[in-house]
Write a protein that binds this ligand. Structure first.
Ligand code: GLV
Ligand code: MG
Length: 338
């Protein structure tokens, strides 16, 4: 291990993250009962400019009046390039009570963007004597943000998670797509001809690089990597396939832009029982091996060693966190050094 310690963010279950427009009070009321691991109330792109002020008031009312149960509650503020953002932060933290857990910052481009919001939040928390320390969710959804993702991930001790905003990222990088997430039939590999002269088309995942890069930056800084939206609400199989790819790469959850996607996300990001069981067997086998002075043994015909133990510990810890309930966040808000 490196001598540099990675400080882990507050551990929270973050499999499903439901997006709800702040301009839709009825939807916010329903979202409070949705059972999503995280609910984020939106002031940004799902709200038209003329509705921004009203949406802010709606969200403050919803946070004061609805019981969001065990869900972690986040609010996506407007971008730092708008004139709405400063008042989003001030009004939310001064008027929305203690129920808000996280602020989601969209289109983060540089660490200074995070620094600026941190400065405002810190002042308001202190001035108002707020008890709960607000955490940050950061959306990586521009070429600039992806270029600076490592520095952004390290920009504030409030940072908890990085999110891949596939729609804006596609726009920013000029990726050729007009849908939100999922594969593209032009992003394929053609095999050589077989003996009958036939060639096969293998679909590729055009988002692989972006998600994998974000996962590395998140994990190197103790943050949760979260996959963003999938726009085709009717395509459950497509959603699950995208979510499972993200889970395999290390993401902890995915957005649900419709309540029907909550269960799909929870399913995709629950570690499979079979894998948890194998992880427990690895830990048991290695404990026995160590007692006998051995550093590596075989289990089911496969070699396992100290790295297998670390993988198994991650899997078992995740299963435990999910089984133990929604959020382990303490009011003090910060995780321990790991
Ligand atoms: C989310 O904000 C996205 O742009 O995909
Ligand atoms: Mg976006």
């Amino acid at each position: 291990m490196s001598f540099t310690l990675v400080r882990r963010a507050v551990p929270r279950v973050n499999r499903s993250e439901l997006a709800v427009p702040g301009s839709q009070p009825k939807m916010m009321e329903k979202a409070a009962q949705s059972g999503a691991d995280v609910v984020f109330l939106d002031l940004e792109d799902s709200v038209a400019p003329d509705d921004k002020v009203q949406a802010r008031a709606n969200i403050i009312k919803a946070l004061n009046e609805h019981d969001f149960g065990a869900s972690v509650v986040s609010v996506r503020i407007n971008g730092l390039d708008t004139h709405y953002m400063y008042r989003d932060v001030i009004d939310l933290l001064e008027q929305a009570g203690e129920r808000i857990d996280l602020i989601m910052i969209p289109k983060v481009g540089t660490p200074a963007d995070v620094y600026a919001v941190d400065m405002m939040v810190t002042q308001i928390e202190e001035a108002k004597g707020r008890k709960k320390k607000i955490g940050f969710e950061l959306i990586i959804e521009t070429a600039l943000g992806m270029q600076n993702v490592e520095a952004i991930a390290a920009a504030s001790p409030r940072n908890e998670s990085l999110h891949f905003g596939v729609a804006d990222y596609a726009a920013s990088t000029n990726a050729r797509t007009t849908v939100i997430g999922g594969p593209n039939p032009d992003y394929v590999v053609l095999t050589d001809k077989d003996s009958d002269g036939n060639r096969q088309v293998h679909w590729g995942d055009m988002w692989h690089y972006a998600i994998a890069r974000m996962v590395v930056a998140a994990r190197a800084n103790g943050l949760r990597p979260i996959d963003g939206p999938f726009g085709d609400i009717g395509d459950k199989d497509g959603y699950l396939a995208q979510a499972r790819r993200a889970a395999v790469l290390g993401c902890e959850g995915k957005w649900a832009i419709h309540p029907s996607q909550i269960e799909l996300a929870n399913e995709a990001f629950n570690p499979p029982a079979k894998e948890v069981d194998r992880a427990k067997r690895i830990l048991a086998a290695m404990k026995e091996a160590q007692a006998q002075g051995r550093g590596a043994v075989t289990l089911d015909g496969r070699m396992i060693d100290a790295a297998s133990v670390r993988q198994a510990e991650v899997m078992v810890a995740k299963a435990k966190l999910i089984a133990g309930g929604k959020s382990k966040a303490k009011a003090s808000g910060r995780g321990a050094r790991a």
